[in-house]
Ligand binder design. Structure first.
Ligand SMILES: Cc1ncc(COP(=O)(O)O)c(C=O)c1O
Length: 375
């Protein structure tokens, strides 16, 4: 297996802890351990008395029980907990794909959703979202991309980096097409529960499709990436077993304290979600006003869900723009090349409390003339 560098993670390794404002962050505002423990009277004692031995490889039964509560048809035995969503993506690809297989991936994309398959020697086709249609996906394109040796389709709903949320008819069509062709549907749902219009929330793919694998995580909607707890949920026992075999070569089991904190957080997740959705709504209003003021410089499709969006710089090179911005102001935006995009887009984040402050800096950066006027 030969993996290319994960561009977004290398970019964050360089900047994330050295800049003042990560204005392209995809996670929502986080919480302290104290805040999580305060959600439940027994939680602190439970943590303090926790034995730090190895944990069950599939994930603590009580945590799997809490995770199963997010789905309508999934039992705790149909959950496999991982160290973040990232480990689960890797384990899924290694467990289910082999060199020569073909997969279809929703694009632009979070790189690992395509890269791990490529590293395994698979052929990857991109199912391209159309900015002109509000970053929509056309199921007819999916149908056209299917080959005799296609093994899986990978979607990301709600979508990073565009904030697109599939309408229900398209979602149903994706299930119909993948089932007709006997394909596994890997559905990255790490931004689920962050819909701006809650009635538009889609069911988890694993609840409506026996061949779907849903991916979830504590990192985004709940704002707890430091726990490194993610999971897959599926009715396919063969996929669960094959992924468990791969996990034995990765982290083996999860961090015991992280499992307890994740369980407490999930039991009270409405409290966490309510605060984070509030921040998102306020930041969406700030970004919307910003783009209205600067419609001559940027084009943007407002997100329908999630904590990110993907505007386009109308003039100039977006890499140079992001570079100059971070050097001059300490505000970080992520150029589209990090998501396999060549359309002069950049990713913005909506989940952090400091978005209004960072936007002021961005605004003053835009006011500075790029070069002195010539006489
Ligand atoms: C679409 C998507 N999937 C998976 C992940 C990985 O999540 P984690 O970092 O919590 O493992 C991310 C993180 O940005 C993501 O945006």
């Amino acid at each position: 297996m030969k993996l290319s560098p994960f561009k977004l993670e290398r970019f964050f390794a360089r900047y994330e802890f050295n800049v003042q404002y990560v204005l392209c962050a995809s996670d929502c505002e986080t919480f302290t351990v104290r805040e999580i423990l305060a959600l439940e009277p027994e939680a602190e004692a439970r943590c303090l008395d926790l034995r730090l031995g190895y944990t069950e490889s599939a994930g603590a039964p009580s945590l799997r029980q809490a995770i199963a509560g997010l789905y309508t048809t999934i039992s705790p035995d149909e959950i496999l907990v991982h160290s973040g969503a990232e480990e689960a993506i890797f384990a899924f690809m290694v467990a289910t794909l082999k060199a020569g297989d073909h997969i279809i991936v929703h694009a632009p994309c979070y790189q690992s959703l395509a890269e791990v398959a490529r590293g395994l020697g698979c052929q990857v086709s991109f199912w391209q979202a159309d900015e002109k249609q509000g970053w929509a996906l056309d199921p007819r394109d999916l149908q056209r991309l299917i080959r005799p040796y296609t093994r899986a389709v990978v979607i990301n709903v709600p979508h990073n980096p565009t904030g697109y949320l599939m309408p229900r008819e398209v979602f149903e069509e994706v299930h119909r097409i993948t089932q007709k062709h006997g394909l596994i549907l890997f559905s990255d749902e790490v931004y689920r529960e962050l819909e701006y219009e809650p009635t538009r929330r889609l069911p988890a793919a694993c609840d409506v499709n026996p061949n779907a694998v849903s991916l979830g995580v504590m990192s985004k909607a709940y704002g707890l990436p430091g726990l490194r707890i993610g999971w897959i949920a599926t009715h396919r026992p063969d996929v669960l077993q094959a992924m468990a075999v791969v996990k034995d070569y990765l982290t083996i089991c999860n961090s015991a304290p992280a499992e307890v904190l994740a369980e407490v957080a999930l039991k009270h997740r409405e409290i966490l979600l309510e605060r984070n959705r509030d921040i998102l709504r306020q930041n969406l209003a700030h970004w919307t006003e910003f783009f209205q003021r600067h419609s001559d410089q940027f084009a943007w499709v407002p997100p329908q869900a999630g904590s990110v969006a993907f505007p386009r710089l109308l003039e100039g090179d977006v890499e140079e723009f992001c570079d100059a911005l971070v050097m001059k102001t300490g505000v970080l935006l992520a150029p589209g090349s990090l998501f396999e995009d060549r359309g002069n887009h950049f990713r913005i984040g909506l989940g952090r409390r400091y978005v209004p402050e960072a936007l002021e800096l961005l605004e003053s950066f835009l006011q500075v003339p790029k070069s002195l006027p010539t006489l």
